[in-house]
Design a protein around this ligand. Structure first.
Ligand code: GDP
Length: 299
């Protein structure tokens, strides 16, 4: 199954024509190659800083190893990229608190509800009991969608029409504790970082969760769409400032994603990536492995 998503990530990159691998199909290592590589990394959404970092790291490695073949240089780039991405590797740990309270935020359409559904299934498969909190009290469709995931995974859901999202979250944390749940997953309404009152609402939800349980929230996750490039980095920054993020879920890396945005995040705002989304099916949520990802990106 893992091989499968690497294949999908790889084909996505080829579709967009930004494949970094094509830089290494020639026979010479010269300035033109580094220039081409710079363009390819920028096109792949790595951003200026990570691109500069990778280029100088690569030059150093080439000098040290005296590599002369493009294939060898490509392997060195894979090492450099894996090293850059490695600080983003981190497993989601459940069980230090009962319940572990996980708050999830994101812009509309990022794949938040789908990811919560997948995460619910992942936790249930690992023997954890989950309580879902539909803190998107505004959109009926969002509550319904979450309800479908709850039914499908036979987990309980706390939901309230038109109520205060912070109040729903408060109730959910208390209910989770009273019912002995392992995990309380709080789904919040999608919003843009520019919608200041909605960002303040998120901070309020966070504060009220802490009122219900002083050690909570234990995780604050942001779901970002891997296709949104440098915009995804801007979202990480803004949500991190409002919420002190503990982790990311990066979705849609199976489609036409360029993947390089993870390098930009690693360089400029290294929030751990707990999971990546590589499809719409429930099993398409994978843990993030820096080496695997670097290799898929350069394949
Ligand atoms: P939300 O508004 O953030 O809650 O977004 P949704 O969870 O409703 O997802 C928006 C769309 O993206 C839906 O059509 C999902 O099926 C799709 N989606 C979510 N995650 C992935 C993924 O990892 N890969 C693909 N290809 N599609 C995804």
């Amino acid at each position: 199954a893992r091989q499968n998503w690497i294949e999908r990530l790889r084909s996505g990159l080829h579709k967009t024509g930004t494949s970094i691998a094509t830089v290494f199909t020639g026979t010479k290592i010269d300035e033109a190659l580094y220039e081409e590589l710079e363009d390819a990394l920028l096109m792949a959404d790595a951003g200026v800083k990570a691109t500069q970092h990778l280029l100088s790291d690569l030059r150093r490695r080439v000098k040290e190893t005296k590599a002369t073949e493009p294939a060898a240089v490509k392997a060195l780039l894979a090492d450099a990229l894996a090293d850059l991405l490695r600080p983003l590797e981190k497993p989601l740990v459940i069980g230090e608190h009962t319940p572990t309270v996980i708050m999830v935020a994101g812009v509309n359409g990022a794949g938040k509800t789908t990811s919560i559904g997948k995460l619910t299934r992942h936790l249930a498969d690992h023997g954890q009991s989950v309580l879902l909190a539909a803190a998107d009290t505004f959109r009926a469709a969002a509550r319904e969608q979450l309800g479908v995931w709850a039914t499908r995974n036979t987990v309980e859901i706390i939901s309230q029409e038109g109520g205060d999202p912070a109040a729903v979250s408060f109730d959910a944390v208390n209910a989770g504790r009273a019912r002995g749940k392992d995990v309380v997953l709080v789904d919040t309404a999608g919003r843009l970082p520019t919608q200041l009152h909605l960002m303040q609402e998120l901070s309020k939800i966070r504060r009220v969760i802490t009122k219900a349980e002083p050690s909570a929230p234990h995780e604050v996750l942001l779901v970002i769409d891997g296709n949104t490039g440098q915009n995804a980095l801007a979202q990480v920054r803004a949500f991190d400032e409002a919420l002190q993020l503990t982790g990311l879920i990066v979705t849609k890396l199976d489609g036409t994603a360029k993947g390089g945005v993870l390098a930009a995040i690693a360089q400029e705002r290294p929030v751990p990536v707990y999971f990546i989304g590589v499809g719409e099916r429930v099993e398409d949520l994978q843990t993030f492995d820096a080496r695997e990802f670097a290799q898929a990106l350069l394949a």
